[in-house]
Design a protein around this ligand. Structure first.
Ligand SMILES: Cc1cc2nc3c(=O)[nH]c(=O)nc-3n(C[C@H](O)[C@H](O)[C@H](O)COP(=O)(O)O)c2cc1C
Length: 186
């Protein structure tokens, strides 16, 4: 019998798992009295009723400390017009800088919670934290969706974290292991 499967490493499996949708998590930083923003591709919808969503934050990220206390957060879905802001927020720590100020983020009014969304995002999802757990080097935050707000005027395409297999995607930005792209128009 011929050997059909062979062992692969994490980088190789990214060819199968990616692309994944990029979201921006917005979480309050009480010490600096501001909101911090970080892009995530580790996230999933995990229940319809109630509507539950999970995100995973690496312990090395400043936001990991903020999520230990946060009672709520927003997931903003950025489109192609926000690629520079996404890459900036994903390559800088909010520990010492105000990312929203640096990126000239315009906040949108919060609906069911206190945390604002992003005006230029396609969708803002308001989430209340339900559970926190440790998963190795990441912290998993499970939250209940309280509102999903769509910008009616925004017709942009969603941003994708493209893995090593970037053929077929239009690549908009690249930094280290992060390649961000969109599906090209037909
Ligand atoms: C496209 C993209 C996806 C990312 N996905 C994740 C993720 O799922 N989890 C995570 O902890 N960090 C992720 N990162 C890295 C963080 O966003 C990055 O380390 C950020 O600078 C952390 O900011 P903070 O120190 O202000 O929390 C991602 C970065 C990019 C650019």
């Amino acid at each position: 019998m011929s050997l059909v499967f062979n062992n692969i490493d994490r980088n190789e499996i990214r060819r199968v798992f990616q692309p994944s949708k990029v979201v921006l998590a917005i979480v309050f930083d009480p010490q600096n009295n501001r909101y911090n923003i970080l892009p995530l591709c580790f996230h999933m919808w995990c229940s319809y009723s109630p509507s539950l969503y999970a995100i995973a934050i690496h312990k090395k990220n400043y936001s990991s400390i903020l999520f230990q206390e946060a009672e709520e957060f927003v997931l903003a879905i950025p489109g192609e017009g926000m690629v520079d802001e996404v890459m900036f927020c994903g390559t800088h720590s909010g520990k010492h800088i105000n990312k929203s100020h640096e990126c000239k983020i315009e906040w949108s009014e919060a609906y069911k919670i206190k945390t604002p969304g992003i005006n230029t995002a396609i969708v803002n999802i308001e989430i209340q934290v339900k559970e926190r757990s440790i998963a190795g080097d990441h912290q998993i935050i499970l939250g209940e969706i309280k509102a999903m707000l769509k910008n009616k005027q925004n017709k942009e395409r969603v941003l994708l974290a493209v893995g090593p297999e970037s053929k077929g995607y239009e690549i908009l930005a690249q930094h280290g292991i992060h390649t961000i792209g969109i599906i090209p128009k037909q």
